[in-house]
Write a protein that binds this ligand. Structure first.
Ligand SMILES: Cc1cc2nc3c(=O)[nH]c(=O)nc-3n(C[C@H](O)[C@H](O)[C@H](O)COP(=O)(O)O)c2cc1C
Length: 380
């Protein structure tokens, strides 16, 4: 039975023609269980199917790379650029659909945050040859966790490499549609390739892909157009953040005007849905004031997914430092939808710890949710 105070969270919604039974989204989360081949296994299919059976309205997969060379900068992460990988994903979408769910793929290029030690012969790419600050950590490669490994200097992308990469995003999206996905999301957040084009610190180009906000949005625009041309009626989401995983202080958009310029271009190129990545659903995007997701929705004029700390008191960074979260009331999500700050909410760590998160929360049993601990990443 549904908890009456969460009527909006558990009400249906249609996103560019995709009918969802509720507003609960499984956040994209890298799990590194796809070996050297990048092929999702039956265990991966079972993992996602369990979240669909648990009542989640839309699953967004872990970041899935568009090639095995320069895009795959961590070990064990999935890809979708070969027939075997596509067949692996078909197994996943079939399992999710059989369990009554809907599933989007998150397409990813790890950019300058990836390391050549995980790549099959490539080197990290970025808009400019500026090395990321911080240290490379790969959950699929224990040695990088035990020893400090700096990021590598990336190669500044040539016009040909930009065109090739847009083509690879498009080819991956085409495979995703054929493999049965219900939607496609581009990973435009957290310091990876698309995000490094948007950010002025990492993008110091003087050609049409750099300069002002419109120029820095051009790569994302080209990727969106290229992908959209391959997926016909499937909705296209783009995930965006102010921060990068190697620099929480990053502010990609200096102010609302920059964000508006960027979003208008992304929408005109074909984005249907905007997905905010943050540490707290209501954290202000610009000093104080509205959250990033509220700003995305208002300035972008598109439906939006909020995320960050749903039903947990702490952040991912605090979790990885070993802190167990307290449980928090899901009414926060209901209220965000009610006041028009977002349309859907993405649940991350709590969805790893609780495959039946949606069913439990819908039944008013949020106090029985399990807390997340990093040890849970050791198996699917
Ligand atoms: C283990 C793990 C892996 C993640 N991998 C991705 C990813 O591949 N793509 C992405 O956009 N975000 C990724 N994230 C961020 C989550 O999608 C989400 O935004 C974050 O966990 C905050 O939500 P939460 O507080 O509900 O966990 C990851 C988070 C975790 C904990």
């Amino acid at each position: 039975m549904k908890d009456g105070s969460l009527n909006r969270l558990f009400s249906p919604i249609s996103i560019a023609g995709l009918e969802l039974p509720n507003r609960v989204v499984m956040a994209p989360m890298t799990r590194s269980f796809c070996g050297d081949s990048g092929v999702p296994t039956q265990a991966v299919a079972d993992y996602y199917a369990a979240r669909a059976a648990g009542g989640c309205g839309l699953i967004i997969t872990e970041g899935t790379v568009i090639n095995m060379t320069d895009a795959r900068g961590y070990s064990g992460i999935p890809a979708i650029c070969t027939d075997a990988q596509q067949a692996g994903w078909q197994r996943v979408t079939d399992a999710v659909h059989r369990a009554g769910g809907k599933i989007a793929i998150q397409l990813w290029h790890t950019g300058r945050l990836g390391h050549s030690r995980a790549m099959q012969g490539g080197r990290p790419l970025a808009p400019s040859a500026i090395t990321a600050e911080g240290l490379f950590r790969d959950f699929g490669d224990g040695e990088t966790l035990a020893h400090e490994i700096p990021y590598e200097q990336p190669q500044a992308m040539s016009a040909e490499q930009i065109a090739r990469t847009c083509g690879e995003f498009a080819a991956a999206a085409k495979r995703a549609k054929t493999a049965g996905f219900d939607a496609v999301e581009l990973h435009g957040a957290n310091g990876y390739l698309i995000h490094t084009f948007l950010n002025a610190e990492s993008n110091q180009r003087s050609d049409e892909f750099g300069g002002d906000m419109a120029g820095r949005s051009e790569f994302a625009v080209r990727v969106i157009r290229a992908v959209k041309a391959q997926i016909d009626e499937l909705p296209l989401s783009i995930r965006l953040s102010q921060h990068a995983v190697n620099n929480y202080e990053w502010s990609t958009w200096a102010d609302q005007n920059e964000l508006q310029t960027c979003l208008e271009l992304l929408k005109a190129a074909g984005a249907d849905l905007l997905h905010s990545s943050g540490y707290r659903l209501n954290a202000p995007a610009f000093g104080d004031g509205e959250s990033l997701v509220a700003a995305l929705k208002r300035l972008g004029g598109l439906p939006a997914i909020g995320s960050g700390g749903i039903t947990y008191s702490n952040s991912t960074a605090e979790s990885f430092a070993g802190e167990l979260p307290e449980l928090t009331d899901p009414v926060e999500s209901e209220q965000a939808i009610e006041r028009g700050a977002c349309d859907l909410v993405a649940v991350g760590r709590a969805m790893i710890a609780n495959p039946d998160w949606a069913t439990r929360v819908g039944a008013g049993q949020w106090r029985q949710l399990l807390p997340f601990s990093p040890a849970m990443l050791g198996s699917l």
